[in-house]
Design a protein around this ligand. Structure first.
Ligand SMILES: N[C@@H](CCC(=O)N[C@@H](CS)C(=O)NCC(=O)O)C(=O)O
Length: 207
């Protein structure tokens, strides 16, 4: 049985829940206290969730977990079978993780008054707002981020971009999610991105 360590409302955990749901895999969720990561560190050598354990295998990092699931459980696929198309999926997720996430992460850091630089706040907020155009363009004439099929790119993007349309849960006090909601709100614009959010939201997550 696959086990995954999680905390509530985690974006990176939802990536894995969507991937497991797509593949129809069962999971035993292990809830860890938000402020005590001892068990996660003991298991994986680092404090962040999600962490997956499958027999002797322990995998930290949501993207690495998606790749692990694809290797062990290739059907139904999350990545294109074609080598070049698969590289495109990997590059898009890598861009999202290393480039796109910088703006919300910096805005999150600058919630601390000691870190706050007004010009940087304005620049990063604008960067985040403008990124919506890029996603709108990726969805021209196709239902999912990489084409006709739901896959890893959708799993990786959705838990962040969903805040463009979906309400923040009243019990979710994570400031990072408020930042996403503030700057990604679609407000009736970006109709393809809005439709994609509802489309992906209808996909199953492993429970
Ligand atoms: N690169 C990691 C990032 C994991 C990560 O940032 N996890 C967050 C939850 S979404 C976490 O554990 N945050 C708690 C903390 O920073 O202490 C991944 O993709 O899984």
């Amino acid at each position: 049985m696959i086990r995954v360590w999680r905390i509530p409302f985690s974006t990176n955990v939802e990536r894995v829940a969507l991937a497991l749901g797509h593949k129809g895999l069962e999971v035993e969720w292990v809830d860890v206290p938000v402020r005590d990561r001892t068990a996660v560190v003991e298991l994986s050598g680092q404090p962040l969730v999600p962490v997956l354990q499958d027999g002797a295998a322990v995998v930290a990092d949501s993207t690495a977990i998606l790749e692990y699931l694809e290797e062990r459980h290739p059907d139904p696929p999350l990545y294109p079978r074609d080598e070049a198309r698969r590289a495109e999926a990997t590059l898009l997720i890598d861009w999202f993780n290393r480039v796109w996430k910088k703006a919300p992460n910096e805005l999150d850091r600058m919630l601390d008054p000691e870190e706050r630089v007004e010009a940087r706040v304005r620049a990063q907020a604008e960067e985040l707002r403008r990124s919506r155009d890029r996603f709108e363009a990726l969805l021209a004439d196709r239902p999912y981020m990489l084409g006709e099929d739901f896959g890893a790119v959708d799993c990786a993007f959705f838990p962040f971009l969903k805040y463009g349309v979906l309400e923040v849960d009243p019990e979710d006090t994570e400031p990072f999610h408020g930042i996403l909601a503030d700057h990604l709100a679609l407000d009736g614009g970006h109709p393809r991105l809005a439709a994609w959010i509802h489309r992906v939201d209808a996909h199953p997550r492993a429970e």
